[in-house]
Design a binder for this molecule. Structure first.
Ligand code: SF4
Ligand code: SF4
Length: 150
């Protein structure tokens, strides 16, 4: 039996936007890694007990963003790994692909101080592209759902 999800994925506009978003997310992570952001965050989490992924951030997610994660093959966690942390936080960081803008946009004081400005700018440029791709997909998905009576 065809599920609603499989019918949505047959829509070429939506499946194209999912692919574009997937690439944009990958580009952001690559830029963050190249800039040393990932290493800083790892060091912050291990040595400074720092994490900006606090409990309650998951409440900012709406159903569309969760649906997009499912379309991207993410298995949403059903139990919290860290009782003080976001529901989507795992042992090795964020478990989902499509993150809220509040997560994607966040460049903390430590990163601003320790990462070269031009590298931060390159990361921000990728973040901007990810945000645009995510927004386009969310809008197309909402339009599809409304158009089909959901
Ligand atoms: S963004 Fe900043 S506060 Fe959050 S884990 Fe990375 S370094 Fe730490
Ligand atoms: S969604 Fe991911 S990046 Fe955002 S707060 Fe939760 S664990 Fe952190």
């Amino acid at each position: 039996m065809r599920t609603v999800g499989s019918v949505i994925l047959e829509d070429t506009e939506i499946s194209g936007l999912i692919e574009g978003y997937r690439v944009a997310i990958k580009d952001t992570w690559s830029a963050m890694s190249e800039a040393g952001v990932s290493a800083q965050c790892m060091d912050c989490a291990i040595n400074d007990g720092g994490s900006c992924c606090g409990r309650g951030i998951e409440d900012r997610f709406d159903a569309t963003l969760l649906l997009i994660n499912l379309f991207m093959g993410i298995r949403l966690p059903t139990a919290r790994f860290d009782q003080t942390g976001c529901m989507f936080l795992g042992e090795r960081g964020c478990l989902i692909a499509a993150r809220h803008l509040i997560c994607v946009n966040y460049i903390c004081k430590r990163l601003n101080e320790r990462i070269a400005k031009d590298a931060i700018m390159r990361v921000k440029e990728k973040i901007g592209r990810e945000a645009v791709a995510g927004f386009a997909l969310e809008e197309a998905l909402k339009k599809w759902l409304i158009g089909h009576g959901f």
